[in-house]
Design a protein around this ligand. Structure first.
Ligand code: PLP
Length: 448
């Protein structure tokens, strides 16, 4: 039986639903990254580190809500908090106590966060951070890193996205005027950013994922971030860390705590809301955040202030999940456990490559496990260092055939993962890691 035949035999209900979905959803999907041939699995329920599709096939899940579920699916405190809150109302059209507690929790955890404004997604957080930086500096241009991912706003999709080339935006529909306001630098190359700052005197901000572009795939380091911190201060430019992925994952205070380099503004999302929709925020120092505040002065309030809206900013059920999640993370055990399991998984999967003589590698920091499947890696299997030695443009050059086959084979063995990154959680176990390594072994053997 071919792989596709086996897939269709095991997931018939997903195929049926996919045909229905194709009639009403472009590509039959609600998110770009669910695209797969012959069709994606449709899920019915999830708990802990597991999820089940419509045909009751069980999967160890490494998508973990695109990285938002650091505690795993349906963590009891989170479920209880959301249930209670939904019974008390999902939108008051008004201020309420729990949003203040959420703001206090985040600002007590993230070192550079003195004040915070909630948004309804990570994409919106980046949009607001850039707007604040422009209002604060009175300048327009944004320096970004090639290949970095910051959501799907016009600015974010210039030079960003899953696949090169980076000089063409990741999406069509972006005006040339907007493209003219974005300057791209090579990731991990402080001198490239410095050169841009020397040449352009109209730069408002430098926007980076501190753990490395695209969920940590691209180079970054403490030294690099320290250099960015130094040069942005020198040139009066706002340094923005996009910690949508790294926030509350690398450390309770995110990558800025992990590496000890503090930005002016931080974009947050995902884990902050414990897997509930509406996860987003910009946090920062009082001076810049005060651009969201009124002063009772018409000149300031109408012409200089940053106006920001959003029906679902800090919506009560989201906030309930966020508060419950952050309390657990703050209490200490979740991050070290997810990190320990990720270490084991990286090591186990690399052993498989080594055993089969396949020169690929798994790398990544914290609880992220990142496959590098299409490169003859010089320093294999010293993955952390290997990625710095590579031409970063090769890292994102996915071979769709390899990825499709890998994902399909792993799904058939009860493992589901996002081919860009596997997210470990507090809910995974040593047994999950062992089963995944075994499935990887079967897969690499078959694909070799
Ligand atoms: N920034 C980074 C670093 C991300 O990884 C993402 C999403 O994956 C975003 C921003 C966008 O967040 P959202 O999907 O909540 O809009």
């Amino acid at each position: 039986m071919s792989l596709e035949e086996e897939f269709k035999k095991r997931l018939p209900s997903s195929e049926k639903l996919f045909r229905r979905a194709l009639r009403v959803l472009p590509d039959g999907l609600t998110h770009e990254v669910y695209y797969m041939r012959p069709y994606p699995p449709f899920m019915e329920k999830a708990a802990g580190a597991r999820k089940w599709d419509l045909d009751s096939n069980e999967y160890i899940d490494y998508w973990m809500g695109h990285g938002s579920l650091l505690l795993g699916h349906c963590y009891p405190d989170v479920v209880q908090a959301v249930r209670e809150q939904v019974g008390k109302g999902t939108h008051y059209g008004s201020c309420y106590p729990l949003e203040v507690e959420w703001a206090e929790l985040v600002t007590s955890m993230v070192p550079s966060a003195k004040m915070i404004r909630f948004t309804a997604s990570g994409t919106e957080a980046v949009m607001l951070a850039v707007k604040l930086a422009r209002a604060f500096t009175g300048k327009d241009k944004v320096i970004k890193l090639e290949g970095g991912f910051h959501g799907w706003s016009d600015y974010a999709q210039i030079g960003g996205g899953l696949t090169p080339p980076y000089d063409v935006p990741a999406s069509s529909g972006i005006p040339q005027e907007v493209r003219n306001t974005v300057l791209l630098a090579r990731p991990g190359d402080a001198e490239a950013a410095l050169e841009l700052l020397r040449r352009h005197h109209d730069v408002a901000c430098v926007l980076v994922e501190p753990g490395g572009g695209l969920v940590g795939r691209l180079p970054s380091s403490r030294e690099y971030l320290g250099r960015l911190r130094w040069m942005t201060q020198k040139y009066g430019v706002v340094l923005i860390f996009d910690e949508v992925v790294t926030g509350f994952r690398y450390a309770p205070g995110g990558c800025q705590e992990y590496w000890g380099v503090l930005p002016d503004l931080t974009c947050l999302g995902k884990v902050m809301a414990g897997g509930m929709p509406g996860a987003g925020a910009v946090a920062g120092n009082r001076e810049i955040m005060s651009f969201l505040s009124r002063k009772g002065d018409i000149e300031w309030d109408r012409y200089r202030r940053v106006e920001h809206h959003g029906t679902f900013n800090a919506a009560p059920a989201t906030v309930a999940a966020g508060v419950a999640t952050l309390r657990v993370i703050k209490s200490g055990a979740a991050i070290p456990e997810a990190d320990r399991l990720a270490d084991r998984l990286r090591h186990g999967l690399n052993e498989v490559f080594r055993t089969h003589g396949v020169r690929c590698c798994m790398y990544g920091r914290s609880s992220l496990v990142l496959p590098l499947l299409n490169h003859d890696c010089e320093l294999f299997p010293q993955c952390e260092r290997a990625v710095c030695s590579l031409d970063y443009r090769l890292i994102n050059r996915f071979d769709p055939e390899v990825h499709a086959s890998l994902r399909e084979r792993m799904l058939l063995q009860g493992i589901d993962f996002f081919p860009v990154a596997m997210f470990l959680s507090f809910a995974h176990s040593d047994d999950d890691v062992e089963r995944t390594v075994q499935a990887w072994d079967n897969t690499v053997k078959a694909m070799k």
